[in-house]
Design a protein. Structure first.
Length: 275
């Protein structure tokens, strides 16, 4: 497995769950001038639905993790309520006669590109927020369903290109043993939420989705960014234990696999209590 960035401390071993969401097929045809107002109305309705979903997620996070973590979603609401952004989308629809999904994609992509170009890691991560919100609105407008991560009911290591804050907030630590992503950094909202949830995470690993299958097992070290496909299946054991016994066994499996990769027990693993 590619070396990544340690984003949330802890050790985990488990079966891979690949999170692949298809790219939206954007309608790029120009609409007739009389239809632009109706298309603006579609955008506003999608915007309200997205905001309502974020409010629900924020309230759930506040109840589970506290006031500080739910501030992430307050910032997302402010971004969606920004009159400049809303006006830009409606101007694209009315002036360029684009369908709402196309207009949303172009406007949010421009804002994401602006933040990506800034010489500051924090602001570069905010580009991910614009991409997340733009993608959320596009999927809402196109009627695309997202993967229900809160419905996962077996122990897994989630492997994804990236996780949005809303996706991360819905993860159940009882089943999501670890997170591995192709992109991302330690200051992303998703990394912050993973730390709050106590889920070990390694991010920025590069292309993985094409290299792994859901038959694979992974071990990861969220303290150093290390990880390894578990070729010998040391993580493939019965998970009927509960509490400290299961946690100890998961750490043992992760340490066993990682030590094979490094040739010896990494110093970062010595004397740790695990996740």
């Amino acid at each position: 497995m590619h070396k990544g960035i340690a984003a949330s401390p802890g050790y985990a071993a488990g079966q891979v769950l690949l999170l692949r969401e298809g790219e939206p097929d954007l309608p790029r045809d120009v609409i007739a001038a009389p239809r632009t107002e109706a298309e603006c109305q579609r955008f506003r309705r999608a915007l309200e639905r997205a905001k309502a979903d974020i409010v629900q997620t924020r309230d759930d996070v506040k109840e589970r993790l506290g006031e500080h973590e739910c501030a992430i979603f307050d910032s997302h609401l402010l971004m969606l309520e920004d009159p400049v952004v809303v006006q830009e989308v409606e101007a694209e629809i009315a002036g360029q006669r684009k369908k709402a999904a196309w207009a949303v994609h172009d406007v949010f992509s421009r804002h994401a590109a602006y933040f990506s170009g800034l010489d500051d890691a924090y602001f570069q991560e905010r580009a991910a927020d614009f991409r997340d919100l733009g993608d959320r609105l596009v999927r809402e407008l196109l009627g695309m369903k997202s993967v229900q991560l809160d419905a996962i009911d077996r122990p897994v290591i989630v492997v994804a290109r990236d996780l949005t804050p809303s996706q991360t907030a819905r993860l159940n630590p009882a089943y999501i043993k670890g997170i591995v992503t192709e992109i991302g950094g330690t200051t992303s909202h998703s990394a912050i939420l993973a730390r709050s949830l106590g889920i070990p995470a390694v991010v920025g690993c590069g292309p993985l989705l094409g290299e792994l299958t859901e038959e694979d097992w992974l071990a990861l070290d969220g303290c150093t960014g290390g990880g390894q496909r578990d070729e010998n299946g040391s993580g493939n054991r019965e998970r009927t234990e509960s509490g400290p016994i299961r946690a100890a066994n998961e750490r043992e499996a992760a340490v066993c696999c990682l030590s094979r990769r490094y040739g010896a027990l990494p110093s970062s693993l010595a004397g740790r209590d695990g996740a």
